[in-house]
Design a binder for this molecule. Structure first.
Ligand code: PD2
Ligand code: ZN
Length: 291
């Protein structure tokens, strides 16, 4: 469906489109929203809807904002894959490019971290791990979050030489300022634990989101680095595209999202670990400086 912003009237094309949407079972309000988001004048959109449904056209009410999916896309972190390289120079390390998908934007890297770096990260994180707790809405107390059964901790950005080195490497690899990154998060999964599918961006509909966004803006990309591989299970899954990334030590999966909306197809989760232990380091990248 296209709209003519210069002279808007109910065209046969628009009428046909509304008819198809209605027959496909879409609610009149949803069809109206789609027309508004595509740039149709509200009075014309309501007239087209009325012509198809047979109901009298309702007068335009308050201004309806286009949905978030159609808000402007933002600049994103992105490795330079224009020349289809097998390796990328990440400053102090040559990183392997193993796989790349456009929609959702997902890139799998090999050998991003050495075995020694993985082991050192685990050793530094282990004494500081804590079980994720959330407020129980029913009791008001605290309870274990069933969607996220791993244990974790955060390093401050540049907290030690190893963390600083990895952050500089990621900034170079993804062409994104180090200052826009959150501190690295380390997670430890034991058999039976998982991270249920979720989005990493902050949901604009949540009341707490505006205050979170004041520090650094939205998250626009994630890098999950595998520090220790389980024997079975524990892949990073992208259910919308039926993709599963194997949690191989030293490898990483990068994905970006240009708007905080499921249209990015970046729903992802950590599959249950079936045997062995899985350790990851996650780096979330923000739109602006995260201080
Ligand atoms: O452990 C993972 O594979 C995983 C899956 C989904 C990690 C995250 N999300 C995350 O750290 O955001
Ligand atoms: Zn995630």
């Amino acid at each position: 469906m296209t709209s003519n912003h210069a002279a808007q009237a109910v065209t046969p094309e628009l009428r046909l489109w509304v008819l198809e949407q209605t027959r496909a079972g879409h609610a009149p309000q949803a069809v109206l929203q789609s027309m508004l988001a595509a740039g149709w004048d509200e009075a014309v959109a309501r007239e087209a809807l009325a012509a198809v449904t047979g109901a009298p056209a309702e007068p335009p009410t308050q201004r309806v904002e286009p949905p978030a999916a159609l808000s402007a896309a933002v600049a994103l972190p992105e490795p330079d894959l224009a020349a289809s390289p097998l390796y990328l120079d990440a400053g102090d390390r040559r990183v392997h490019v193993l796989q790349a998908m456009m929609n959702p934007r997902v890139v799998v890297f090999g050998d991003l971290l050495s075995d020694e770096e993985c082991e050192q990260m685990i050793a530094l994180a282990r004494p500081r791990l804590a079980r994720s707790l959330t407020v129980a809405t029913r009791t008001g107390g605290e309870e274990i979050n069933a969607d996220r059964t791993s244990r974790g901790m955060f390093f401050r950005r540049g907290e030690n030489a190893l963390v600083a080195r990895i952050e500089a490497r990621l900034a170079r690899l993804l062409n994104w300022p180090e200052e826009n990154g959150e501190g690295l998060q380390i997670l430890h999964y034991q058999p039976g634990t998982e991270y249920k599918p979720h989005y990493d961006y902050f949901d604009p509909a949540e009341p707490g989101t505006p205050s979170i966004l004041r520090r650094g803006g939205q998250r626009v990309a994630t890098v999950v680095m595998y520090l220790a591989e389980p024997e079975r299970g524990g892949g990073t899954t992208f259910p919308d595209v039926h993709l599963e990334v194997a949690p191989k030590r030293g490898n990483a999966v990068f994905f970006s999202y240009d708007r905080p909306h499921p249209a990015t197809r970046t729903l992802h989760g950590g599959a249950p670990v079936l045997a062995g232990e899985k350790w990851i380091a996650t780096k979330w990248l923000r739109q602006q400086r995260f201080d």
